[in-house]
Write a protein of this length. Structure first.
Length: 1130
């Protein structure tokens, strides 16, 4: 919108009064305009010529500007005139200079005679005094004008650095600031009179915005310095800087869009693997990416509902307004899509839109933004009701041209409109695909609170240190709730519930989500009963009125969930029979949001405090409806809606639950996942007891419960997607089924979840599932999930809850040792057995781990660190730690290291110490030969046994290359030869630790087997992997697959038509691992864990056109293939 054409924007800039309009005029101005002849002029007043002022510093060359004649003629009776500054010129007779809001405190009337004027000698003294005052005034004004003109000349110079006025900004009081602003406007006015429009625009654009920025920052500070936690417009405001807890933000994968249920994303695996997240601090947003030079223009921040996106933007804006961060940004304009929705089809220019929401910019007359660094924040893309049609909307490049808000946004995001601006868009993941990927420079993910941040939150929430510690302790006792508390809103719900229950130490605490939300609803009802109805704490909190309200809220929740609405309007409430004022009493459950912060609108928008609360009440509504009237709201699918209704003549609970399971499984994006968990949780008798007075006690018949559990397991066995199967495991947990851990481990082993890299959301899901079991995990093997340090750090809570943890050969470093040390030091740790073998931990890692071993809370009994590059220095650290806490460790394995004589002596002394509980110590084999990182130090040279080679396999290159051919190779008959399958075995059996690599092409099976595997015929006894005598890896185009005893597991790690794989056997430990080799880096594919009963023989099986070569490994010494190991195993 062009400012000159907008009637609300006032007159054109050259005609506008500079500082406000009033009736008073300066004396000089009135004399110039006075009609008719006046009295005879008296003595010429002392005047200051503008040209002389400008000559005091190097002048700006105004080549075509007219001269300014500074003269004044006025007389006031016989009194001499005071010194003045005349600004008269023949170009300004009709342009009065009015100082907006700068009313003069001294304004003598032109013809008024004062009766106070002294006469005689006193008059002469008075005149002398006035002369001195005005001479001093003249000096002050001249000094001020000179200084300000120097600054202005510097500002309008072409090489003036942007934002340097910020660096030189003085500390001014309000009057000084207003004087300077007035002088800038005077200068702009005269530059335009002199037809120096370019300089006038430059001056206005460089100095006046600073005043606008100050005003904008002041208003934003007032707006965002306080928040209403969890709810809006209710309760007592809290200072954001006091309550704000840093969030865990990671850089996401720009091409990934997750359309799953918002809550499910924090506890389930996403469909595609994402690169490991890089932690980003709030202050680092918009900084150039690694290797880049230009700042990022558009950042999209994704996160589930309640994770803290909005508060993050508020904190960012508050920090900017308080001059803490991002001061390279001159203007920050925070919008929400909710308020943009209200504008509908109204048309604005980009400038007009900013003026509409941020009146400070209108007052400053800012009509362009190209010269400024501007940040637009758009919060809540998922709530946008504008089309955002990036393909059909017309192109718009002029910030003053009017268009619909939809067109403005699409062009702003595409970079067609104001390409210099920066944009920050927040959204729930399902809506992220509304923005074309090419329009987004970086995607970040808000993952909520880490464990320390959770604790920090509760300590801020409860100022009483003892109370906070009690509540934190309560949360930690329920591992599932502790994990869910990485969602800030869930922390608020948890704090609300446990804050009410804090006096009930030793009582039963909520363990499942359903229990927590039931307690939350009970707390809200109790608050209503006591606070609003004047009841006592012991009074029943369910009355007919409160039951009616909850039923109505439940119907609203279900109806709006059915429509996919998370925000709704007054008419929606009316349809469900809800009175707004009555509903506001339940402000903890249901909150009313007024869009009136800037006085623009009075529209009322409603929502539940969190999506999960809406889903809980929707499930409660379905439960109440079924058991009160027999209506199953989930019984069958209608063409227009996923949820439908029909009456059941003889209502059976199992049909309700089975239909709910069916609906949830059929949902394409899992929008009923959490609803299903709540519905099944409400079937439990213990939960119904908590809602006595609201629910009719129906109980949960054991038969119904078991039938539902069995039905869910059948759904899992149907090979549903990993995300859906994980949610079904959650449901089993709500039904207190004890097989949850085994189910998810089977899911991972069977390949329903990727064993390659997992996204951050997948790790969160996996942790939640593993920790939801009613009993501690017995064995946790990291290789079942991902053999990497990142995986270990993400699954650390699972490590803490497990009894035995297997981390061997997982590429761990000293960073992992530090994390494991914290686990060992934790009072709640269940860890008793830890295997860290074959990781390059070195002495530095052992020292970090020793800090945990010496903790009095450490109860570790078995520690294996075989092949970890440990010397006597690391041994000394272990001895020191065990001397401080000698009462726990019973078994220590340090074989395949280089402890030296001194290290062995120290450890042996501990073994003899009566205070130590150490019973078994392993240090052999030892020596410098093992002091090399990686598995290649265990490399062995394989030799093909020619007597086993099938006649269609051709040997070449000194028998290290094998190719399947069509011609019979005419090998002599031998009882060991494979006569049907194109297979072979190697000569030597392996019983120690051995490693080898092979190059393959086509389709090759890489195997190890016992000598007794079948050789004759085509039965499964002769087929690698199809019997209990062999294990194998199939290498083929596109994927890998492992086999053992007729069990097949496909591995999703990428493959091609050729490649290189490695095999590592740890015979004593019962471990067989396969790896993909890429640029000398080992990528773990699969590990078999068993107890071997005889020597293992490497073998190979070839499909048509395939070949294989044994690789020669030149790294250091190679131990004999059959070297035994004294490693202790269990």
């Amino acid at each position: 919108m062009n400012q000159d054409e907008d009637p609300e924007d006032g007159v054109r800039p050259s005609e506008a009064p500079l500082c406000g309009e009033h009736d008073s005029q300066t004396k000089a101005q009135r004399i110039h305009q006075r009609p008719g002849p006046g009295p005879d002029p008296g003595p010429e007043p002392r005047c200051v010529n503008i040209e002389r002022i400008r000559s005091t510093s190097p002048p700006q060359d105004f080549k075509d500007g007219p001269s300014v004649d500074a003269r004044s003629h006025q007389q006031r009776g016989k009194s001499p005139e005071p010194t003045c500054v005349s600004m008269k010129s023949n170009l300004s007779k009709d342009r009065l200079i009015n100082f907006r809001d700068e009313r003069c405190s001294y304004e003598p009337e032109e013809d008024q005679e004062s009766s106070e004027v002294p006469t005689g000698p006193s008059a002469q003294q008075h005149q002398t005094h006035m002369d001195s005052i005005f001479m001093l005034l003249e000096e002050n004004i001249l000094t001020f004008v000179k200084n300000e003109l120097k600054k202005i000349q510097k500002v309008v110079s072409s090489d003036y650095p942007q934002c340097s006025e910020k660096e030189d900004e003085e500390v001014l009081d309000e009057e000084q600031r207003r004087s300077k602003e007035a002088f800038v406007k005077i200068s702009v006015h005269f530059l335009r009179i002199m037809k120096q429009e370019e300089l006038a625009e430059r001056l206005q654009s460089r100095l006046l915005p600073a005043d606008c920025q100050r005003e904008l920052k002041s208003n934003l500070k007032k707006k965002f310095q306080c928040v209403f936690e969890g709810i809006a417009k209710a309760g007592n405001p809290t200072l954001l800087n006091e309550i704000y807890t840093e969030l865990y933000i990671t850089e996401g994968w720009t091409a990934e869009v997750n359309e799953e249920h918002e809550v499910r994303q924090i506890e389930t695996a996403s469909r595609k693997p994402a690169r490991p997240g890089t932690t980003i601090r709030r202050e680092e947003l918009f900084e150039p990416s690694a290797g880049g030079e230009e700042p990022i223009r558009t950042v999209m921040t994704k996160g589930v509902a309640g994770i803290g996106k909005t508060v993050l933007t508020q904190k960012f804006t508050l920090d900017w307004a308080e001059d803490k961060d991002h001061q390279d940004i001159q203007f920050t304009f925070p919008f929400t899509f909710r308020e943009l929705n209200v504008l509908g089809e109204k048309k604005f220019s980009l400038v007009g839109l900013v003026h509409h929401f941020f009146s400070e910019t209108r007052a400053a007359g800012i009509c362009r933004f190209e010269e400024f660094q501007v940040l637009f924040i758009f919060d809540g893309l998922d709530e946008c009701r504008l089309p955002l049609d990036f393909h059909k909307n017309e192109v718009l490049t002029d910030v003053t041209e009017s268009a619909s808000v939809d067109v403005l946004l699409t062009n702003l995001i595409r970079g067609k409109l104001l390409p210099s601006a920066r944009l920050w868009i927040t959204t729930r993941p399902a809506a992220a695909n509304q923005i074309p990927p090419e329009c987004v420079g970086m995607v970040t993910e808000v993952r909520g609170f880490t464990d320390p941040q959770k604790e920090k939150y509760f300590r801020k929430r409860f100022r009483d240190e003892k109370q906070a510690s009690r509540i934190i302790s309560h949360i930690k006792t329920s591992r599932s709730l502790h994990i869910m508390c990485h969602i800030p809103v869930f922390c608020w719900i948890t704090a609300t519930v446990l804050g009410e229950m804090k006096t009930r130490e030793g009582g039963e605490l909520p363990k499942t989500l359903t229990e927590m939300y039931i307690h939350f609803l009970v707390v809200q009802s109790k608050v209503k009963k006591v606070k609003y109805d004047g009841g006592a704490e012991t009074d029943p909190h369910w009355s007919p009125e409160s039951r009616k309200m909850i039923e109505s809220l439940g119907k609203l929740a279900f109806d709006q969930l059915q429509k996919g609405n998370l925000i709704f309007y007054e008419s929606d409430l009316t349809e469900c029979g809800i009175d707004i004022r009555a509903a506001s009493v339940y402000s903890g459950v249901f909150t009313q949001i007024f869009r009136e912060e800037r006085g623009l609108y009075q529209d009322k928008v409603f929502c539940f405090v969190h999506l999960s609360v809406q889903e809980f009440l929707a499930a409660l509504h379905v439960h109440l409806t079924f058991f009160s009237s027999g209506v199953n709201l989930l019984s069958e699918e209608q063409p227009t809606s996923l949820l439908s209704r029909r009456y059941i003549v003889n209502p059976e609970p199992k049909r309700l639950y089975q239909s709910a399971v069916d609906e949830a499984v059929q949902s394409p994006n899992g929008h009923l996942d959490l609803f299903l968990r709540f519905l099944l949780g409400l079937s439990q008798e213990a939960n119904q007891t908590l809602l006595r007075g609201l629910l009719t006690q129906t109980g949960s018949r054991s038969q119904t419960n078991q039938e539902t559990v069995q039905y869910i397991k059948e759904k899992i066995s149907e090979n549903v997607s990993p995300e859906k199967s994980i949610n079904l495991f959650h449901c089993l947990n709500e039904l207190n089924d004890g097989s949850l851990v085994e189910e998810i481990q089977q899911s991972l082993r069977s390949g329903r979840l990727s064993t390659d890299k997992l996204s951050p959301a997948q790790w969160s899901a996996l942790v939640f599932i593993l920790l939801s079991s009613g009993e501690d995990l017995e064995v946790f093997d990291l290789k079942k999930y991902c053999a990497s340090e990142e995986a270990l750090l993400r699954l650390l809570p699972v490590v803490k809850a497990s009894n035995k943890v297997l981390l061997s050969d997982c590429n761990l470093s000293e960073r992992s040792c530090e994390a494991l040390s914290s686990v060992l030091s934790s009072q709640s740790s269940s860890l008793r057995e830890l295997d860290l073998s074959y990781n390059g931990l070195q002495d530095s890692g052992v020292k970090l781990l020793s800090a945990g071993l010496e903790s009095p809370h450490c109860d570790l009994e078995t520690l294996r660190m075989s092949g970890c590059l440990i010397t006597e220095e690391g041994c000394a650290a272990l001895v020191s730690a065990l001397s401080s806490n000698p009462s726990h460790l019973r078994e220590l394995d340090l074989s395949y290291n280089h402890p030296g004589d001194s290290g062995v002596k120290l450890l042996s002394a501990g073994l003899e110490d009566p205070h130590w509980r150490l019973e078994t110590l392993r240090v052999e084999p030892a020596g410098v030969r093992w002091f090399r990182p990686g598995l290649r130090k265990y490399s062995c040279e394989l030799t093909i046994d020619p007597n086993t080679v099938n006649k269609y396999l051709k040997l070449s290159d000194n028998n290290i290359k094998v190719t399947r051919v069509k011609e019979d190779q005419s090998y002599p008959d031998h009882p060991d030869r494979f006569d049907h399958y194109c297979s072979l075995l190697c000569s030597a059996g392996l019983t120690g630790r051995c490693y080898w690599e092979v190059e393959w092409s086509g389709r090759v099976y890489v195997s190890v087997s016992y000598r007794r595997i079948g050789r004759k015929g085509d039965s499964g006894d002769c087929w690698f992997g199809m019997n209990d005598q062999s294990w194998c890896l199939r290498c083929s185009d596109g994927y890998y697959t492992v086999f053992h005893n007729e069990t097949e597991t496909r591995i999703t790690s990428s493959s091609s038509s050729s490649g290189r794989v490695a095999v590592y056997v740890d015979w004593p430990a019962g471990s067989l691992s396969f790896y993909r080799v890429s640029s000398d880096t080992l990528i773990h594919l699969h590990t078999f864990s068993t107890t071997f009963t005889g020597p293992l023989y490497p073998g190979f099986w070839f499909w048509s056109g395939s070949s294989m070569s044994l690789c020669s490994l030149q790294e250091g010494e190679s131990p004999p293939a059959g070297e035994p190991s004294s490693l202790l195993t269990t």
